[in-house]
Design a protein around this ligand. Sequence first.
Ligand SMILES: Nc1nc2c(ncn2[C@@H]2O[C@H](COP(=O)(O)OP(=O)(O)O)[C@@H](O)[C@H]2O)c(=O)[nH]1
Ligand SMILES: [Mg+2]
Length: 438
Amino acid sequence: MILWFGKNKKKAKMKAEGAAMATPKLSADELEQAAPKQTTAPDVAPDTAGDTGPDTAPDIAGNAARPSDTPDNIAAPTATIENRQNDIDEPSDPSPSPAAPQDATPSASIAALSDTAEEDPYGEIKAPGFLKKLSTGLSKSSSKLSESISGVFTKRKLDQEAIEEFEDLLLSSDMGAKVAGKIATNLSKSRYNKDVSEAELKLVLAREIEEIMQPREQLIDFAEGASPRIILFVGVNGSGKTTTIGKIATKLKQQGARAMLVAADTFRAAAIEQLKVWGDRAGIPVMSKPTGADPAGLVYEAIEKAQNENLDLVLVDTAGRLQNKTELMSELAKIIRVIRKLDPDAPHEVFLVLDATVGQNALSQVEAFKSSADVTGLVMTKLDGTAKGGVLVAIAEAYALPIHFVGVGEKAEDLQPFSAEAYAKALVGLDTYSAAKT
Ligand SMILES: Nc1nc2c(ncn2[C@@H]2O[C@H](COP(=O)(O)OP(=O)(O)O)[C@@H](O)[C@H]2O)c(=O)[nH]1
Ligand SMILES: [Mg+2]
């Protein structure tokens, strides 16, 4: 299980227990560096496990293993160095699936692994399946980029002409002029007139992209802050708001959150129905009113109810299209005003949902919503349907707004927390750990 809800509480608990938390890093180099520092479970564990026998061993081992810093060192008392080394070389899925500890590990260590993997707030983005899924989602973008790179640069000296061609290539990948210029300048500083291989160029590019995007990475924990925590989803029609709420709601429900969805896009019957379908499937109540009802009134009632019922979260869907932009923005402003009557600090988050397929237009949407809707963070959807995945790099460069999630498909599991390193690697087509090392 991953932690979108309760992650930071778990993190604090682990710290209090003396654990050094892992950072959400993915590279094999870092995993290797971390290896010598890793310790096995505390000394008491083997004895205790041994003394108490197989029946009680799993619990004790699990508790003892808790103060560890990565899923890799959750080795049970009996786990061998080889086992852990395997984990490091080939970071297998740290999720509590029985497939993870394959090497005939005793049941005690399976229990320990499962237990601690659940505790790791970064477990999800450290799992190799995460990068793989993102890479598949971004494959249209990455293959376009790869084709251009290999077409132009294989075994070639990086002279001025080559650097300019590279800059054009980045421009055509929707990263925008500023990002393209920045990366080209850095490349000419470090590699001017040197031979570069395709793999090397990809690696340099991934590092540059990661550097631009890193400040925007912010893993969100929906359990934090006020209760109920009120989150407004805004964005143009069709950008993926309702779908994103549905995906988040599904995950939150699985993790024990008590949430409510509000169908405040009351302008289209289909939008209300669509949210209800997600809510029903996830087992989360959906507040709605008939088509044409005042969305602000609905939101007010919903929040009042959520406060009375001590719910954890209220996720508010909103309309993306009214007659004109001014009307849309004033509708959103009205919803926000009404929310503040019940909680002056709310909405606690305003997520702007952007559709990657619109490419550079996404930048003007950020501009339009940023101030008028007090946007606090971004979600980018439909990365699976476009070669324009580079636009998220342009947005990261242009706006100091956290990027919370990326959508790579229509299903509930197709929404991922944003990881700068994973995104950079997937976009460039470095989708394996070993490739990243070369
Ligand atoms: N392929 C793909 N489709 C998506 C994604 N997110 C949303 N969609 C689809 O985009 C369409 C519009 O989404 P919707 O949530 O209704 O947008 P809204 O108008 O902003 O609420 C729907 O058909 C969704 O299934 C995604 O990440 N990938
Ligand atoms: Mg909708």
